[in-house]
Design a protein around this ligand. Structure first.
Ligand code: FES
Ligand code: FE2
Length: 373
């Protein structure tokens, strides 16, 4: 983040600190029907959105070399993303053009992608390389894997799960002004995991979009390090960026107008619609992606940790860090979300409320609703 932007945002944080326990506010409280999280018809519309809108599949470090491939889920379809010898990223359905077998799983390096069923091989850009026993097939061997729109910019890879969709030239919608200086393209994927939980997919995004719950739900884990007030929120297009303030800021005098470094005292979170949360912590980046499972009551959650190029931290340090972040989000956030999801099916209430102190949450739901329209 550029120094002048850090100064500006730090000034906003300090204004909240001088005011007591203040935080950025939305204009009004917002009510959201609980059916948003349970209605199968709503889910069907959301699935159409998630399978056509550009979504983040990873940072550039997902494909670290010019022979890398990775298998990802886009809108419920298995998709292969690759980086070719010229560094160019491609995306295609993970569906063999012979009889439809899935070609890869996981990620790795390869010169070609080979279908495990009958051995047809494809170049990393998806074009057919060789058809085994070619003489049995009439016509020219022209079948390429069906390619999908893909876009890599500022270290973030976007894919649309619909071949007919065009990804706009600015999928970050202005968020790049702050994101670009982080040089995310140089980050390395340390580890990633995906698990399924009994919650609506949006609840996983919700849990990251406010700091209000830190001192209660995360009393013993995150609250000793991060304030639940003094947050700063800005919408960038349909996306949003929220800054939570680390307790190290207590050493700074809120009236000190010369202080200019925000980054050592900040956790910076972007939600990138429709389903991604990217968090810059002091020494690494976390990426969360949430997708609907079989019903509105099930989500597949991916958690990834990316490390900066020049870190001196050990593998052991990152492994511990990754384990901790998965365990806190799973045992505290997602476990609470599972109870919320059960509650939505009772007749307790037909709507939930987002306070004025939860502006990011409000913006996420307004953005999603506008995309669904
Ligand atoms: S299904 Fe892939 S080679 Fe037959
Ligand atoms: Fe949380």
């Amino acid at each position: 983040m550029r120094p002048e932007r850090q100064r500006e945002l730090l000034a906003r944080v300090n204004a909240h600190r001088r005011a007591g326990r203040a935080t950025d506010e939305a204009e009004a409280t917002m009510a959201l029907p609980t059916a948003t999280y349970t209605d199968p018809d709503r889910l069907a519309v959301e699935r159409r959105l998630l399978s056509s809108a550009p979504t983040v599949v990873g940072l550039s470090g997902l494909l670290p070399t010019n022979r890398s491939y990775a298998t990802v889920d886009v809108g419920g379809s298995s998709v292969i993303v690759t980086r070719n010898s010229d560094g160019h990223v491609s995306a295609m359905f993970n569906v063999c053009r012979h009889r439809g077998s899935e070609i890869t799983s996981g990620c790795g390096e390869a010169a070609r992608l080979a279908c495990p069923y009958h051995g047809w091989t494809y170049h990393l850009d998806g074009t057919l390389a060789a058809r085994r026993r070619d003489e049995y097939f009439d016509g020219a061997p022209s079948e390429s894997l069906t390619s999908l729109p893909v876009f890599e910019q500022h270290g973030i890879i976007w894919v649309a799960g619909d071949p007919d969709v065009e990804i706009p030239p600015d999928p970050l919608q202005g968020a790049e002004a702050e994101l670009a200086p982080f040089d995310l393209a140089g980050y390395r994927l340390f580890d990633s995991t995906t698990f399924t939980r009994p919650i609506n997919w949006k609840l996983a995004v919700d849990t990251f979009c406010e700091a209000y719950h830190l001192s209660t739900l995360h009393r013993n884990t995150l609250a000793p390090m991060i304030h639940d007030d003094f947050s700063v929120f800005d919408a960038t297009g349909l996306h949003g960026r929220m800054i939570s303030t680390r307790k190290s800021i207590d050493q700074l005098d809120p009236a000190d107008g010369t202080a200019d470094e925000l980054l050592p005292h900040a956790t910076i979170l972007w939600f990138l619609v429709p389903n991604t949360v990217l968090i810059h912590q002091q020494d690494h980046v976390q990426l969360y992606q949430s997708r609907p499972g079989a019903t509105a009551d099930e989500a597949h959650l991916s958690v990834s940790l990316y490390t900066p190029p020049k870190s001196e931290r050990t593998e052991r340090y990152w492994a511990k860090n990754f384990e901790l972040l998965v365990s806190v989000t799973d045992t505290e956030d997602f476990a609470t979300a599972a109870g919320i999801q059960r509650g939505y099916h009772t007749r307790a209430q037909d709507h939930v409320v987002f306070g004025r102190n939860e502006p990011a949450l409000q913006h996420f739901h307004r953005s999603l609703n506008s995309l669904l329209e």
